[in-house]
Design a protein around this ligand. Structure first.
Ligand code: SF4
Ligand code: SF4
Length: 274
């Protein structure tokens, strides 16, 4: 119907206008004070209505799923291997990155010279990154995540915006802080709060220990052992008997054949005599 769209648009404007003053009534003018609680009310994701943000002194809280540039997850400082990369330098993120702005150098074992599943160097050109989040989506180890830090303006575009491994690495607790819901969902899917490889190793170790304990606790089983021994002895004996029987049969058949032949010869002789 003509004019319906205009009316809907006006409805949205009126709703925002009312929401602005509804919050004033609910929180009073406290929401404009500098206190952190009121600040959260005014700039939280639940805030409604129109409001002014005094940027850069004040910043609007971003929703959990907000994404800017990627960062690499590493172990926390209080972990048994602090600062260890979750990244295995598999290279999937650099392959799927549409503008190809990820560059990874795989690490090598200095003793053997063989590759190890850890990045020696990891660079992302933030000027080229288009914040699509493909790298984080495709990483099979939950090792690269999208950050909320959007304040990266600089006057130098030669090297400052090429983030190296040191700049990109952030502890897992940081990911938990900025995206608690997603981090919890991912940990549930992985089966724990650690890197998937660490979880797998721990599970393997626990399974091996459980098997060893079950084996040690199992009672001795003489009957099956005796049966097995009996079977082991009986098998060759049965085989020898079968061989002997078949040789006897063969002898019998041979004797029968000879007897038949002799009888035939005797008959032939007798016929000639006639
Ligand atoms: S961040 Fe993930 S996808 Fe990229 S190389 Fe590391 S483990 Fe592979
Ligand atoms: S967010 Fe997108 S463009 Fe940026 S590094 Fe990841 S895959 Fe590449």
């Amino acid at each position: 119907m003509y004019g319906l769209g205009i009316l809907k648009g006006l409805g949205v404007t009126i709703r925002h206008f009312i929401d602005t003053y509804k919050d004033d009534v609910l929180y009073g003018f406290r929401k404009y004070s500098k206190s952190q609680d009121n600040f959260a009310v005014r700039q939280g994701t639940q805030a409604t209505g129109a409001y002014t943000v005094q940027y850069p002194e004040e910043k609007v809280a971003v929703p959990e799923r907000f994404r800017f540039t990627p960062f690499l997850v590493v172990n926390d400082a209080d972990h048994e291997s602090p600062g260890e990369d979750w990244c295995t330098s598999c290279g999937i993120c650099s392959k799927v990155c549409p503008p190809q702005c990820i560059w990874i150098v795989r690490g090598t074992d200095p003793a053997t010279g063989r590759p190890v599943p850890q990045p020696e160097a990891f660079f992302i050109d933030i000027d080229i990154c288009m914040n699509c989040g493909f790298c984080a989506e495709f990483c099979p180890f939950d090792a690269i995540k999208m950050d909320h830090d959007y304040e990266m303006a600089s006057y130098d575009r030669t090297s400052v915006n090429i983030h190296d491994k040191e700049r990109l690495s952030k502890p897992f607790s940081y990911w938990m802080k900025i995206a608690p819901t997603t981090a919890t969902e991912e940990a549930d899917a992985r089966g724990g709060w650690e890197h998937s490889d660490v979880i797998k190793e721990k599970k393997k170790k626990a399974d091996a220990e459980a098997k060893a304990a079950a084996k040690a606790a199992a009672p001795a089983a003489p009957a099956p052992v005796a049966a097995a021994v009996g079977e082991a002895v009986a098998a060759p004996v049965a085989e020898a008997v079968a061989v002997a029987e078949s040789a006897e049969d063969e002898e019998k058949k041979k004797a029968e054949r000879l007897a038949k032949r002799e009888a035939a010869l005797a008959r032939k002789k007798a016929n000639k005599g006639d």
